[in-house]
Design a binder for this molecule. Structure first.
Ligand code: PMP
Length: 450
């Protein structure tokens, strides 16, 4: 490719088969995609296989992967332990329509990591887990309202759809009943005064407070352990439930979750992603008296009503086998600590590089995560309470072109140019990433984008 080729020219030249697949996809799949988070202009690469820290597209290009399987891949791709567990489980049957030993073993494994919890109910995904947690909270307290934090992501169901990407005024997302949105009290992240106003104004109507422990989208809008404790205290001061959404952070920031790190005792916790090693599955973990509302035997429900929950995929034996094997492997190699120290290294080295190259980039985040803020302000100098929009902004075309340039150079990050480290990345991979981002930024500079 000529020196003068643009990032887009290089991308198009490198990915013709992905382009053809994207054209076919748009005729069958809305937007050519299967989940909103994978949308990328003009089209995203199509991956054929992955192993370790690499994935390969349909054109044969290799990518050093920092997307992290939406956060699920703590052991990278196709870890031998996972392959063995999944292959063995499939060989024994994928759907028994019956109880099976692995669900008991997995429940015990999960509860071992969450000492303040007494029960676990598996679900098919993280979205299903938060749906069930909110239903349990309403049934347990007999109250209608849920407190949520603007822009926090808890999945895509009706009770959490409004006020995630838009509707920060409390209105309903398209397709969601206004009655449901009206039962949500939407608070700006880290706004202690608004938390107090919710408690004073609606205390007796609030069933639960749900929050992402690292802040919006695993820390794009950061929060703090202090604020999390304030939310927990606010909930408990009015007899409402504190629901910690650890779908991303659970088994990633630590096997004991963010709650273990920050010393929290949620009434209910939602987990997924790492839980089943990237296979479908999630869970609600929490107080026995709340989760026992799922128990069909009235004598164990202390007079409380039965809460409905079913699911063909719930506790699927292949997912349970994958989860057990990967959680044990993460524990054996102290995988969370490894990924966390690589995350800290990546943020430090990326910031050093940005400074020495005079790039308008600031890298931030916590644990195994790195986020990018584009602009001349450093992320750590911005108050996340007052500047929600600054953290949520993804300047275009810079963000798109940076990820595209990284793809051209053989790296993948997510569409916000955030990324995740796993237990199988190494310091060498971090250095490669730093070099790759410096080279990608130089490509943006050549196009006058930085
Ligand atoms: N909650 C949080 C904090 C998440 O990060 C996600 C997924 N990104 C979900 C809920 C939804 O989980 P799932 O994609 O498994 O439905």
């Amino acid at each position: 490719m000529a020196e003068s080729a643009t990032i887009l020219d290089s991308y198009l030249a490198k990915t013709p088969r992905s382009a053809a697949l994207a054209r076919a996809a748009r005729a069958a799949l809305p937007g050519g995609i299967v989940t909103d988070t994978r949308y990328f202009e003009p089209y995203a690469i199509y991956i054929e296989r992955a192993a370790g820290v690499c994935k390969w597209d349909v054109d044969g290009n290799a990518y050093l992967d920092f997307f992290g399987g939406h956060g699920a891949n703590m052991l990278g791709h196709s870890h031998p332990v996972l392959i063995q567990a999944v292959a063995g489980a499939i060989g024994r049957g994928v759907q028994y329509a019956a109880n099976h030993p692995l669900e008991v073993e997995m429940a015990q494994e999960v509860l071992r990591h969450f000492p303040t919890a007494g029960r676990v109910r598996f679900t098919g995904s993280g979205t299903e887990a938060t749906l069930l947690a909110l239903r349990l909270a309403r049934a347990f307290t007999g109250r209608p309202k849920i407190v949520r934090f603007a822009s926090n992501y808890h999945g895509w169901h009706d009770h959490v759809a409004s006020g995630y990407a838009a509707q920060f005024d409390g209105s309903a997302a398209p397709g969601v009943l206004p009655e449901i949105a009206a039962q949500t009290i939407l608070i700006r992240p880290n706004d202690t005064a608004a938390l107090e106003r919710a408690v004073e104004g609606f205390g007796s109507q609030i069933a639960g407070f749900i929050i992402e422990p690292l802040g919006t989208h695993f820390g794009v809008v950061p929060t703090s352990g202090i604020f999390l404790r304030q939310v927990q205290d606010a909930a408990h001061s009015i007899g409402a439930l504190f629901i910690l959404d650890e779908v991303l952070s659970g088994f990633r920031v630590a096997l004991k979750g963010a709650q273990g790190v920050y010393g929290l005792a949620p009434d209910l916790t939602t987990v997924a992603k790492v839980l089943c090693g990237g296979m479908p599955g999630g869970a609600v973990v929490g107080r026995a008296d709340i989760l026992d509302m799922l128990d069909p035997d009235p004598s164990r429900r202390a007079g409380r009503p039965k809460v409905l929950h079913q699911g063909t995929l719930t506790g699927n034996p292949v997912s349970m086998a994958a989860g057990l094997a990967s959680l044990r492997e993460i524990e054996r190699i102290d995988g969370c600590a490894r990924a966390n120290s690589l995350g800290a290294l990546a943020r430090r080295r990326l910031n050093e590089m940005a400074q020495s190259e005079r790039l308008p980039f600031s890298w931030y985040g916590d644990f195994s995560i790195f986020h990018l803020l584009i602009g001349h302000q450093r992320a750590d100098s911005i108050d996340p309470k007052r500047n929600l929009e600054t953290f949520l902004a993804r300047p275009q075309p810079q963000t798109n072109r940076l990820r595209m340039a990284l793809n051209v150079l053989g790296f993948d990050v997510n569409t916000k140019c955030s990324g995740l480290l796993s237990a199988v990345h190494t310091e060498e991979h971090v250095e490669q990433l730093v070099t790759g981002i410096a080279a990608a930024a130089a490509m943006l500079k050549r196009e006058g984008l930085l």
